[in-house]
Design a protein around this ligand. Structure first.
Ligand SMILES: N[C@@H](CCC(=O)N[C@@H](CS)C(=O)NCC(=O)O)C(=O)O
Length: 201
């Protein structure tokens, strides 16, 4: 059975949502980052970065939210969280799966720190470009790949949710509101929310 190392109010939400989407059994292991539990030798053996989420699945161990999404979608194909191997739609699926950590995350850090960078050299260009590209893609919708929900929506929605709703770093736009509401209406998203909120620390 899969084992998810997680902490409330953290990026673990995306992995919880993902596992709820699969319908597969899994065990949650609380790593309370507010109490330093991520720095125990036991957890560092799971993720040497000392960060949640992290996942164990039999002999496989990994971390990084987008990698967990890619791994689980491939390992549990019945959940239909990714276009099958060889399908041309995987090009866009992989593009958006990588876009979240490679473009949304650094754009948020740049907004928070106000660091000026040469947008030609910065891999994500700049925050304006990142959110304009997302806006354009989401105007097509309903999901980031069009008609089909996928694990890419989990990372894109989680990044956008942090930027727009939780930290209010980025002004919202109609496409963002529609998309975030659509994701939040998924039963798996709601079950993950209840699980997170139910945890006291
Ligand atoms: N790149 C990682 C980031 C994970 C991350 O930064 N997790 C934070 C919580 S949101 C954490 O575990 N912080 C604990 C620490 O750094 O001590 C991912 O996308 O999963």
């Amino acid at each position: 059975m899969m084992k998810l190392y997680w902490s409330p109010r953290s990026r673990s939400f995306s992995a919880l949502w993902l596992l709820e989407e699969t319908g597969e059994p899994y065990e949650r292991v609380l790593i309370d980052i507010s109490k330093g539990a991520q720095r125990t030798l036991e957890f560092l053996a799971v993720n040497p970065m000392g960060k949640v989420p992290a996942l164990e699945d039999g002999e496989a161990t990994l971390a990084e939210s987008a990698a967990i999404c890619a791994y689980v979608a491939e390992r549990y194909p019945k959940a239909k969280l990714a276009p099958p191997l060889g399908d041309v739609r995987r090009a866009k699926y992989l593009y958006w799966l990588f876009f979240a950590p490679s473009c949304i995350e650094p754009a948020m850090v740049q907004i928070a720190t106000k660091i000026e960078l040469n947008s030609v050299a910065a891999g994500w260009g700049d925050a304006q470009r990142v959110f304009d590209v997302l806006d354009h893609a989401l105007q097509q919708g309903p999901w980031i790949l069009g008609e089909e929900f996928s694990a890419a929506d989990i990372v894109i929605c989680s990044g956008l949710n942090f930027a727009v709703r939780q930290f209010k770093m980025v002004p919202s736009r109609p496409s963002f509101e529609r998309y975030l509401d659509l994701c939040a209406a998924r039963p798996a998203f709601q079950r993950a929310t209840v699980l997170t909120e139910g945890e006291k620390n």
